[in-house]
Design a binder for this molecule. Structure first.
Ligand SMILES: [Zn+2]
Length: 400
């Protein structure tokens, strides 16, 4: 038994293709370009790097994916433009996944197997090419590859450290802690507008403006789940919120809808059943961001579903609703709202049982008017002012 197993493992080890660089590097590797070619039986993917870098590949299921993990790498390319899906590759996402780490995710059209994964210096050029050849495989073969890699890697893929950025510390007497959660980040860019506005960027700027306003408008301690362009899984956002011992959680988004005419701000609270079809679809898409980043969500997803909703205390629900109503009132004074701006759905990020939580869609990047507004700093400031007024009003009864 030992010999076949050893053979199997060594073949997997080849597939993992850990190509280590020998020289010390001060600058981050940069992705210079790449391409995909082939058909539904055999597809070649390659990516050019400014320097030799370690690439670790592995498989993931539901959906079938091939992941390439890298040390932190700069992607100064338009990933969607450069890597047009073809053959066995259905979608490509790439970017930073955590401090010091980047990732490329190939979502596969069918189960496939890596037959070649190499890094080599391009002849007569000053850059390195990582080449990945894949061939169609049966679902059984794909399962076998997954099982085999577990022997080597353990439960790989879940590289994110769980909410270790904030310790659950005591708040000063009379102070309230607010967590602002700019949606998306890193490898997960969120929605993109017609004019090229990226959700992950808009919501981060807004969150920073809002944090500043809040710090100046009352006894508020403000924490941001992220302050730069980094990916956070839903679980990390939720853990951050819970461990922060927060009094209020505001997740900020600017998503995209199929109906391009829909515009205006929306305030979402958590509910098992969505208030309407649009909200249901939006929550589905938001809850699937971990898939984009290649995060293993097998057991986590269960914890994020009904169990936590059931744990949500009545008080948390009441307070979330109460804040959402105040928020609508304040936003309505200065900002265009969607028809029926108070909506609800099963958003994973809102499931901290003990923290009143809302998700604010600033507007929709699928609508050009909304996009133009969201690009403007005066508009963001006006919207942040309204949110800060709402927060102040929400805590007013508890302020001395
Ligand atoms: Zn979003």
């Amino acid at each position: 038994m030992l010999i076949p197993l050893f053979k199997f493992l060594s073949s997997i080890a080849v597939l993992l293709s850990l190509c280590l660089s020998g020289q010390a590097q001060n600058t981050l590797p940069e992705v210079l370009g790449g391409n995909i070619a082939g058909d539904e039986t055999s597809t070649r993917f390659f990516v050019n790097f400014s320097q030799n870098t370690a690439v670790q590949t592995f498989y993931m299921e539901s959906p079938h994916r091939i992941i390439m993990d890298l040390s932190e790498t700069t992607f100064d390319i338009d990933v969607e433009e450069v890597f047009k899906p073809i053959g066995l590759v259905e979608a490509v996402s790439a970017g930073r996944i955590s401090q010091g780490r980047s990732r490329i995710v190939l979502t596969l059209a069918k189960p496939a197997e890596i037959v070649r994964a190499t890094m080599q210096k391009v002849l007569d050029e000053d850059y390195f090419r990582f080449l990945l050849d894949i061939e169609v495989a049966s679902p059984e073969r794909f399962s076998a590859l997954l099982n085999a890699q577990k022997l080597v890697l353990g439960e790989s893929g879940n590289v994110a450290q769980k909410g270790d950025r904030v310790l659950k510390k005591e708040k000063k007497e009379g102070r309230f802690r607010i967590v602002i959660d700019p949606g998306h980040g890193g490898i997960d860019g969120g929605a993109v507008g017609k004019l090229g506005t990226r959700e992950k960027e808009v919501v981060l700027i807004f969150a920073e403006v809002l944090a500043e306003k809040l710090r100046n408008s009352g006894p508020f301690e403000v924490l941001l789940t992220r302050t730069d362009d980094v990916f956070l899984s839903l679980r990390q956002r939720l853990d951050f919120n819970r461990r922060s011992n927060a009094d209020l959680f505001i997740s900020v988004h600017a998503d995209s809808l199929n109906q391009r005419s829909v515009r205006g701000s929306t305030i979402y609270t958590l509910s098992k059943k969505a208030s309407d079809r649009l909200s249901e679809r939006l929550a589905e898409s938001e809850n699937s961001v971990d898939l984009i980043a290649g995060i293993q969500v097998v057991e986590e997803s269960e914890a994020l579903t009904d169990i936590l909703i059931d744990l949500t205390t009545r008080e948390t629900k009441v307070l979330s609703k109460q804040f959402s109503r105040i928020l609508v009132t304040e936003l309505d004074k200065d900002i265009k709202l969607i028809k029926n701006p108070l909506r609800s759905a099963s958003f994973g990020v809102l499931k901290a049982p003990e923290v009143p939580s809302v998700l604010l869609e600033l507007g929709y990047l699928s609508n050009i008017e909304d996009e133009k507004l969201m690009q403007s700093l005066p508009w963001k400031t006006k919207a942040a002012d309204a949110v800060a007024r709402a927060v102040r009003a929400f805590f007013e009864p508890r302020l001395q």
